[in-house]
Design a protein around this ligand. Structure first.
Ligand code: X90
Length: 276
């Protein structure tokens, strides 16, 4: 059985060692420029263009056709998308799944609506690759993933909600609360897959404390942590240090966000996916 994992670029995963993998890019349009969110994208360059640009900027999810091409000829596909509550990506993937399995009835595609983004999707992808490497069947992986998804979480700290608000991805009430300079919004991916605000705070130390306690409240006990940051490695490192101080063996990775998460998390933003 040929096996493949595919994900939209909201996962910030560009490559996977050992398991066949493809990332399907979302697009970011800033004025007359459209940026393709793939491994070649110059993210700092895109962020600079955004800063310069005065008008509104938009994003677009992959088409069913782009998803379909990513399946290639795989007989078993696990397909991960950003939350369906905030993007049409999952819907496109389901159209591709329907068409692909209509053409090849013996092939199987599982579309996983992450109800989240970035590092929480990365955890789901890693788990799938491991289960596959360990020899589990499609059904077994499916079952395991469903229960694993119950214990993974996403928390974040955002310094600006401008792009989320301009694109209608966050309620005007939340956007209004977030507008002040120097205020960070701490939030989580809610059970229904949208942005839930947990706290507002001033300064990095308070933001770090709020994220750390949010992790503890959600049952973090030394499991995996994936931290994606937009141009803010010191903040990501400070959080990693705080976690390591209490859980020295925690399996942790830090990395920069790719295009889509950078666009919405904005400069200084941080996303944390972890096991509860
Ligand atoms: O154009 C599209 O279809 C993509 C729209 C994506 C909108 C949301 C992106 C969020 C990225 C920002 C903060 C985390 C919010 C998470 C809530 C689940 C990251």
């Amino acid at each position: 059985m040929t096996f493949k994992i595919v994900s939209d670029s909201a996962s910030d995963v560009a490559f996977l060692p050992q398991t066949p993998f493809a990332s399907v890019p979302l697009m970011i349009t800033v004025g007359a420029n459209t940026f393709v969110d793939d491994a070649q994208l110059d993210v700092p360059g895109m962020m600079a263009a955004l800063k310069e640009h005065r008008g509104r900027s938009i994003t677009a999810c992959p088409s069913p056709d782009a998803w379909m091409q990513s399946f290639e000829d795989a007989e078993e596909v696990f397909c991960f998308t950003i939350t369906s509550t905030l993007s049409g990506s999952c819907n496109s993937a389901m159209v591709a799944q329907r068409d692909y399995t209509a053409l090849h009835p013996e092939r199987r595609v599982m579309v996983v609506d992450s109800l989240s983004t970035g590092p929480e999707i990365a955890l789901l992808i890693e788990k799938t690759a491991e289960l596959h490497q360990a020899g589990h069947s499609f059904e077994e992986i499916q079952e395991e993933l469903e229960s694993y998804q119950q214990r993974t979480h996403l928390l974040f700290s955002l310094q600006s909600l401008r792009n989320l608000a301009n694109n209608g991805r966050v309620s005007p009430a939340i956007a209004a609360l977030a507008g002040l300079l120097g205020i960070r919004v701490i939030g989580c991916a809610s059970a229904k897959g949208d942005l839930e605000m947990l706290a507002r705070c001033r300064g990095e130390k308070r933001a770090l404390d709020a994220i750390y306690s949010g992790m503890m409240e959600r049952g973090y006990a030394g499991g995996r942590v994936r931290i994606a940051h937009c141009g803010n490695e010191p903040f990501a490192q400070a959080l990693a240090d705080a976690i390591h101080a209490r859980f020295p063996d925690a399996d942790m990775k830090l990395y920069p966000t790719m295009g889509l998460c950078s666009f919405y998390a904005e400069q200084g933003g941080l996303l944390v996916g972890f096991e509860g």
